[in-house]
Write a protein that binds this ligand. Sequence first.
Ligand code: HEM
Length: 136
Amino acid sequence: MNDHAISLVRESFDLVTPITPQAAALFYANLFEADPQLKPLFKGDMVVQGHSLMQILELAVNMLDQPHVLVPALQDLGRHAGYGALDHHDDTVGGALLKSLRRGLGAPWAPEVEEAWAEVYGVLAGTMKEAAEVPA
Ligand code: HEM
């Protein structure tokens, strides 16, 4: 990702930081609306789950320019196959994330901000997927 895209992502995530519990709740509401079949895959406490998701997003946003830190953290999440996550869920999750950011931030949401976030999601999902495919 280029520096400009990274700055756009960081500036928009600064608006999320003070409202992470609400942002997480909005994300899961959007996700389960998009695909109600995903709901039973989440077996734990959704507040805790939302916190974990926001933590990894925060790490990703901070470490976009430091792949040696980001990539191992994402590789750990390659265990998603064990949660019942399938390839086609990637688009549903990415769509719900962008929708939540677009609706939740209430800030001007330029197409280039959305494109930058789509790129971030692509990096996250792609790295997790590669890790899941490589035998340990
Ligand atoms: C960039 C994409 C994603 C990120 C960063 C992400 C992040 C996380 C994190 C941090 C957790 C907490 C538990 C753990 O550390 O293992 C988690 C759990 C989970 N994720 Fe994801 N995830 C992503 C994509 C997906 C997709 C595509 C699905 C598809 C269904 C999914 C389904 C789940 C489920 C079901 C759990 C919880 C399992 C349980 O309740 O025991 N995730 N995810």
